[in-house]
Design a protein around this ligand. Structure first.
Ligand SMILES: NC(=O)C1=CN([C@@H]2O[C@H](COP(=O)(O)OP(=O)(O)OC[C@H]3O[C@@H](n4cnc5c(N)ncnc54)[C@H](O)[C@@H]3O)[C@@H](O)[C@H]2O)C=CC1
Ligand SMILES: CC(C)c1ccc(C(=O)O)c(O)c1O
Length: 242
């Protein structure tokens, strides 16, 4: 039985990843969030742990708890993240509070650093691991609605992916990123993105769905991706072609 930890699986893309992985045989899925999402019931093989990934002590407590019960973590999906978007524009650097910058960086980038730091020693011991960092199309081209705190955090995740891929040689661990385009979740609700926008701007003619990103994650943890390492998989319907 393999053990997967997906951060931020209480809603949106994370929930789609959790639901898809839960369909895999021999896979125990653990997810976390700052608080449970009302109305969300996870499949039987999914466990929920409370954790604020922006605090290293909270991450340490979560990983200790998982290791105490399951003895290992084989798959780590760093999905939890926050953003601040507004319709028809973006928060310019002049308007960005220092506190917001730190909150976004602490959650989106430091959170992944904390989980990787805690989980990799266990993966090394088992000589097996699959790490997926959920980045963003905005880190590939500079973004339109996303602001620089968010874009920097997501570009940082690509750097973390590449740096770890170089560092983790001969350990049986692969590290990759997925860079979603605009995915129809609560996170982008404030941006009020419409199907009309997608028909005009996205070659595949629609906003992305959580399942689209979950499919990319499932590929990257499958044996079909055993030779994919240090890569960023763009998953944006052709909106941003890098
Ligand atoms: N929706 C989109 O268009 C895009 C989303 N992404 C990224 O995909 C990931 C998921 O996004 P969505 O599902 O759209 O967002 P969402 O806002 O619907 O869900 C975010 C999840 O992260 C969790 N979370 C937030 N802060 C946390 C913390 N401090 N500790 C633990 N959990 C925390 C929330 O509880 C929730 O489960 C994020 O990293 C986001 O940046 C990337 C590109 C586009
Ligand atoms: C969902 C995130 C915050 C987001 C929002 C807006 C854009 C963009 O207009 O460039 C993105 O690329 C995003 O990832």
């Amino acid at each position: 039985m393999k053990v997967a930890l997906v951060t931020g699986g209480t809603r949106g893309i994370g929930l789609s990843i959790v639901e898809l992985l839960a369909q895999e045989a021999n896979l125990r899925v653990i997810t976390c969030g700052t608080k449970p999402q009302p109305g969300v019931e996870f499949p039987e093989q999914v466990e929920y742990v409370q954790c604020d990934i922006s605090h290293s002590n909270s991450v340490t407590a979560m990983i200790d708890q998982i290791i105490a019960v399951h003895s290992k973590i084989d798959i780590l999906v760093n999905n939890a993240g926050i953003s601040h978007v507004k319709p028809n524009g973006r928060f310019l650097i002049e308007d960005l509070e220092e506190q917001t910058w730190h909150q976004v960086l602490n959650t989106n980038l430091s959170g992944a650093f904390y989980t990787c730091k805690q989980v990799i020693p266990h993966m090394k011991k088992n000589r097996y691991g699959r790490i997926i960092n959920i980045s963003s199309a905005s880190a590939r081209f500079g973004g339109i609605l996303a602001s620089v705190d968010y874009i920097s955090s997501k570009a940082g995740l690509i750097g973390l992916t590449k740096g770890l891929a170089y560092e983790l040689r001969g350990c049986g661990i692969t590290v990759n990123s997925v860079a979603p385009g605009r995915i129809d979740t609560d996170m982008i609700a404030d941006a009020k993105l419409s199907d009309e926008w997608a028909e005009q701007h996205v070659p595949l003619g629609r906003l992305g769905r959580g399942e689209d990103i979950a499919g990319a994650v499932l590929f990257l943890i499958s044996k079909h991706a055993d030779y994919v390492h240090g890569a960023t998989l763009d998953c944006n319907g052709g909106w941003v072609i890098t």
